[in-house]
Design a binder for this molecule. Structure first.
Ligand SMILES: C[S@@+](CC[C@H](N)C(=O)[O-])C[C@H]1O[C@@H](n2cnc3c(N)ncnc32)[C@H](O)[C@@H]1O
Length: 281
């Protein structure tokens, strides 16, 4: 595949990832060095895994360890009852021709972190969204990422757990620099030691992101509309052009905060929005 076609590639895998987010995962995965690993926490039916897989395939063939017990997070269980996404996940990966690059680990983030002993250059975290569990993901995986590697958190500006954990990390860690936002994904780079300038930049980033969080929340409460995409604003030019290694050429576009089932994709009328899924109740 010369250029990644998000819509075509993820046609059969429903999920919440936007096109801009999928493209950004593709681009980062494409630059991960041969022999290094990519870890995904939370695969669901493989929408983000497919983006990572194509990136890796078109790049240096880094292996993707896709960690998920495949029983859904608490919000999915509330919404759908008991779920088991493993069969559909495997089918989607195999139909995408990515079986060679994706190694499913049907277990929790904690169990996988105990077993996986690789040189990890990129971790994408999109598992359980509760504050404690996102905190656990950060605690388990941050030390495992190599210096110069990248961490990314989905739903990081409108869901409290990932929002707070990434904010705390950015404001307190001396090993983080170059945060960047692509729709709801916060990316940052792990370094040996950040500079004073990096710390200032991290603070500025959290401030901008918080403003968008408040703006989105108020819009939801007052108008009942979807949260605005951060990339609809001047953040596009300010934050999104950061220089995370391997991610510096992101071009965020309009975010759609929807779970898009394959059959509804053409009509652009999603049946379940992330607002219903994540922000109600
Ligand atoms: C929001 S979905 C992931 C969506 C996926 N990244 C995509 O693009 O479609 C969250 C997933 O996290 C998984 N999950 C929940 N708790 C987990 C844990 N402790 N470790 C790993 N995965 C977990 C759930 O089973 C669910 O499939």
């Amino acid at each position: 595949m010369a250029w990644f076609d998000f819509k075509k590639a993820t046609k059969k895998a429903d999920g919440w990832l936007t096109e801009a987010e999928g493209n950004s995962l593709y681009r980062v995965a494409k630059k991960i060095k041969a022999g290094n690993a990519i870890v995904e926490i939370g695969s669901w039916k493989g929408r983000s895994t497919i983006c990572l897989g194509h990136g890796s395939k078109d790049g240096n063939k880094a292996t993707i360890f896709a960690v998920d017990p495949h029983l859904g997070s608490s919000e999915h269980q509330k919404m759908f009852g008991a779920v088991d996404t493993f069969k559909e996940f495997r089918q989607n990966i195999s139909q995408a021709g990515l079986g060679k690059y994706v190694k499913p680990m049907r277990e929790t983030s904690r169990q996988a972190a105990k077993r996986l002993n690789k040189s990890i250059e990129f971790v994408f975290i999109d598992g359980a969204h509760e504050y404690k569990l996102v905190g656990l993901d950060f605690k388990l995986w941050f030390p495992k990422v190599i210096t110069g590697g990248i961490l990314a958190f989905h739903d990081s500006w409108h869901i409290l757990g990932p929002n707070l954990i990434t904010a705390i990390a950015l404001l307190t860690s001396s090993k983080i620099k170059n945060p960047k936002l692509v729709d709801t994904i916060t990316y940052f780079e792990k370094v040996e030691r950040n500079s004073f300038f990096d710390q200032l930049n991290n603070i500025m980033f959290v401030m901008y992101r918080t403003l968008f969080g408040i703006h989105g929340f108020l819009r939801l409460k007052l108008k009942g509309s979807n949260p605005p995409s951060p990339s609809q604003t001047w953040l596009r030019s300010h934050v999104a052009k950061g220089s995370v290694d391997g991610a510096r050429d992101f071009v965020p576009d309009e975010g759609k905060y929807h779970l898009v089932p394959p059959e509804a994709r053409e009509e652009d009328t999603p049946s379940v929005s992330s607002r219903e899924l994540h922000l109600k109740g």
